[in-house]
Design a protein around this ligand. Sequence first.
Ligand code: URA
Length: 301
Amino acid sequence: MERLQKVLAQAGAASRRKCEELIRNGRVRVDGEVCTVLGTKVDPRVQRIEVDGRPIVVEPKVCLMLHKPTSYVTTVADPQGRRTVMEFVKEVTQRVYPVGRLDYATSGLLLFTNDGELTHRLLHPSREIDKVYRATVIGMPDEETLARLAAGVDLEDGRTSPAHVQVLRLDVKESVLELTIHEGRHHQVRRMLETVGHPVKRLKRVKFGPLELGDMRPGEWRWLTEAEWMQIYGAVQLTPPPYPRDLAANSSGLRTPQRRRPARVWQADGVQSRDDNRHRQSQPRSRQRSGDDYPWRVRVR
Ligand code: URA
């Protein structure tokens, strides 16, 4: 038995708070009776639950991972009409949505699920779920810089928590670092590296909690394996629902990412460079800079 508002939210009726309103406003019926009591315990497998006369559909829980390519927005629908990560999971019939987000310019492991409680726990700061980012940066960070990154960097919204920093390649021109962080602040890795003087050229998330991107190609998605399913629920101390074995045996997908847009260059003060002005002429206004684009840096090819 589950609380009515939780069942409604998990069935995708609305957010948890909105579902509470639906109940209070007498728009929800359980077995034909209007129910206005928040917290009423129900069993959606045996009871008929309706919102405004329409029965809710309780789907089995599913979870998949996508290798998000760059140049896609992590959202279910973009009012500006940009390409979204949902394009890659079009054939998935369950109502999955992304768990957290990756920037437009960031690629890598993005989890999707229809399990609201799993999402909530994975994103809650108190759980401190580790995320590993592989960053190609301009220049060669020295020991002191690496220690700064590891200790925590002062950003405008406060000092970051200590990070684990691993050096994969060091070169005068560009270097590759792997940063493990558990916070999920906006543009965090880019801002950390910018602050210590090594702006990011490419950023890819290679791990999310116990899950690893491995050799998946950009645009490819697949269901979690049973072992991964147990691990991800275990990571947030949630009893795993039944593993959707049939689904997992039958599908996965690869959609080729669309060609990238022309390079854009943004400067620290938001002033556009010549390159960007050229770009501006060829792009409608809605396609230009948005809150999701990291505003400072160079697109280097
Ligand atoms: N940090 C960033 O800067 N960007 C991401 O997409 C994720 C983490």
